[in-house]
Ligand binder design. Structure first.
Ligand code: ADP
Ligand code: MG
Length: 602
């Protein structure tokens, strides 16, 4: 059983496999080892990865990126309108579930984040299949440590829609640490802090590594903080600059904004390697040519809050784990944004000028670890690593006074099972509602409702007499099941927390799988069409070369050659100017040409 390891990143994704006793990162069809997590819809069909990014500024409304930020989440209108957070221009709400609105081929469609993620997964799966020369079915997919239950489930759903059997979800920092630990055999009996600052999320995790066993001690971070926010800050800064200098508000034009974002991201990368650069966009709007020189101090100044808030998060997690910076033996840097020299500087300073671990490529570490882990659970493992994960937030039930009665504390190792007895509040009460919350605060209003369910037919009794047993069970993948039982009647009810409206229904998944297949068929048709067109073009240019060669012969029929020249020119014009040609059209044209040019072959 072959299992691939997938780092399904917010901005970039990466796929790896363990083969011949080593991990390999699989390059995509463009030869790149990471693929942008971007999908676009065009008149010609669906584009994924680089192809999607490349056309993004001309087609921002039908391009989807950072879908991972919305996967398995509920949102309300005010969150969507909140200008302090960047949301893609095509994000809409249906009820409280976010969707991407796409208008393609004159038709309006809504795609869920799960669906978009599944398209990225299909692309990664295909890269792996091309590389291995066979079908791939099984995968380990990584998720941020901070992902809650429904975000995890939604990621599994995305895998299912993509036709993958997701054998395991793995926390990204754990995965990076696996890569780190195995690739460096001198790591033992150490406490490691993984600082993962990527495109869309910031994760900080403390792990204990001893004897090839990895135990997560604590996790924290921010699922809404990443390199994208640095880009957003730069974009905002430039929008202000253009407004002040030219009196024009470019933020009203989505194409200008997309261009600006792309150039800001490029400048950001530049500033990791050089001290200054210039952001240049000719005729960004109304004929204005943007030219903005920026140096590292200015860049740092614009983003100082983001950088410093990552340090605050480290402080939080250390405090919460009753640790001091000195207790950390190693600090591992993961994620593309850790390439920023200022980030490295402040992290190192916080840990007393510690030398940081940067030996693993920050873009590939997570996929490497997932591939190693995939191998360890395959039928023929080449290594034997054991992993322990923890629940990222405390979980519990609502009790009298609208406070949480915690069942499982934050950072408890999983799998885990906890049982507590509860009772009724009034006489002859036959029903109770079990509200399941996650969070770290005492009162429910500051926590996140995972789901609720009713336990009915409780045997009638005075208040406080019935015994209602509530069990919380978190499985190895971090998925929670809550069961409530009325002890005297034996009546039971349960909730797998993702079964609420937040999660896709089976019908939705089935229809999405079907739609995915349709896309694949569409893409196959389009690939065949492209091939037919290429064959036709190759043939035309072959004939053209032959005409030129033959025209130098003395005994050739020049009129006939001229006619042929016209025919080939017409064919080229036909290819370039006809709409909606099919494979059959191209094949037909080629056969016609072959017939007409037969005499040349002699
Ligand atoms: P994720 O896993 O969240 O998708 P990655 O770890 O792949 O993210 O990191 C992607 C982020 O890293 C992007 O925001 C990208 O702009 C940023 N990034 C990549 N290279 C650099 C660099 N040289 N300097 C600064 N930021 C970078
Ligand atoms: Mg990442």
């Amino acid at each position: 059983m072959e299992i691939i390891g997938i780092d399904l990143g917010t901005t970039f994704s990466c796929v790896g496999i363990f083969k011949n006793n080593r991990v390999e990162i699989i390059a995509n069809s463009q030869g790149n080892r990471t693929t942008p997590s971007c999908v676009a819809f065009t008149e010609e069909g669906r584009l994924i990865g680089e192809a999607a990014i490349n056309q993004a500024s001309g087609n921002p409304e039908n391009t989807v990126s950072i879908s991972k930020r919305y996967i398995g989440r509920r949102m309300n209108k005010s969150e969507l309108k909140d200008k302090s957070v960047f949301h893609p221009c095509n994000l809409v709400l249906k009820g409280d579930k976010p969707f991407f609105k796409i208008i393609c081929k004159g038709e309006k469609k809504l795609y869920s984040p799960e669906q978009i993620s599944s398209m990225i997964l299909v692309n990664l799966k295909k890269s792996a299949e091309d590389y291995l020369g066979k079908k791939v079915k099984n995968a380990i997919i990584t998720v941020p440590a901070y992902f809650n239950d429904s975000q995890r489930q939604a990621t599994k759903d995305a895998g299912e829609i993509a036709g993958l059997n997701v054998v395991r979800l793995l926390n990204e920092p754990t995965s990076a640490a696996v890569a780190y630990g195995l690739l460096n055999s001198d790591v033992d009996n150490e406490t490691v802090l993984v600082y993962d600052f990527g495109g869309g999320t910031f994760d900080v995790t403390i792990l204990r590594i001893s004897n090839k066993q990895f135990t997560v001690l604590a996790t924290g971070g921010d699922t809404k903080l990443g390199g994208e926010d640095i880009d957003t800050n730069l974009v905002r800064h430039l929008v202000e600059f253009i407004k002040n200098k030219h009196g024009v508000d470019v933020s009203i034009n989505s194409k200008s904004m997309k261009k600006l974002r792309i150039e800001c991201e490029k400048a950001k990368r530049m500033l990791s390697f050089s001290l200054s650069t210039t952001i240049e966009i000719p005729s960004i709007l109304n004929g204005i040519d943007l030219k903005y020189p920026i140096n590292v101090p200015k860049f740092v100044d614009i983003n100082i809050e983001i950088f410093e808030s990552t340090i605050d998060k480290i402080k939080d997690i250390l405090e919460c784990s009753k640790m001091k910076p000195e207790d950390i033996n190693r600090v591992v840097l993961v994620g593309g944004s850790t390439r920023i020299p200022y980030v490295q500087k402040i992290v190192s300073e916080y840990f007393g000028d510690k030398e940081l671990e940067k030996t693993i490529n920050p873009d590939e570490a997570v996929a490497l670890g997932a591939a190693i882990k995939a191998n360890s659970i395959s039928e023929t493992p080449d290594n034997n690593i054991i992993l322990y994960d923890v629940v990222p937030l405390s979980i519990g039930v609502r009790v009298k006074g609208d406070i949480i009665s915690v069942m499982i504390n934050r950072n408890t190792r999983i799998p885990f099972k906890a049982t507590k007895m509860y009772t009724t509040e009034s006489d002859n009460q036959t029903e109770v509602t079990v509200d399941v919350y996650e969070g770290v605060r005492k009162d429910i209003k500051n926590n996140h409702l995972l789901g609720k369910f009713e336990l009915c037919n409780i045997e009638k009794a005075p208040a406080n007499i019935p015994k209602i047993e509530i069990t919380f069970e978190v499985d190895i993948e971090g998925i929670l099941k809550v069961t409530a039982t009325d002890i005297s009647s034996g009546n039971k009810n349960f909730l797998v927390c993702n079964n609420d409206m937040n999660r896709l229904t089976n019908e939705e998944i089935t229809s999405m799988i079907k739609e995915g297949k349709e896309f694949e068929e569409e893409e196959m048709i389009s690939a065949k069409k492209e091939l037919a067109r290429e064959m036709l073009e190759i043939y035309i240019y072959k004939i053209k070369r032959k005409i030129i060669k033959d025209s130098k012969n003395v005994d050739v029929d020049l009129d006939k050659l001229k006619e042929l020249k016209n025919i080939t020119n017409e064919a080229i014009f036909w290819i370039e100017n006809s709409d909606s040609l099919t494979k059959e059209d191209y094949d037909l044209k080629r056969n016609e040409l072959i017939k007409e040019c037969k005499f040349l072959e002699k």
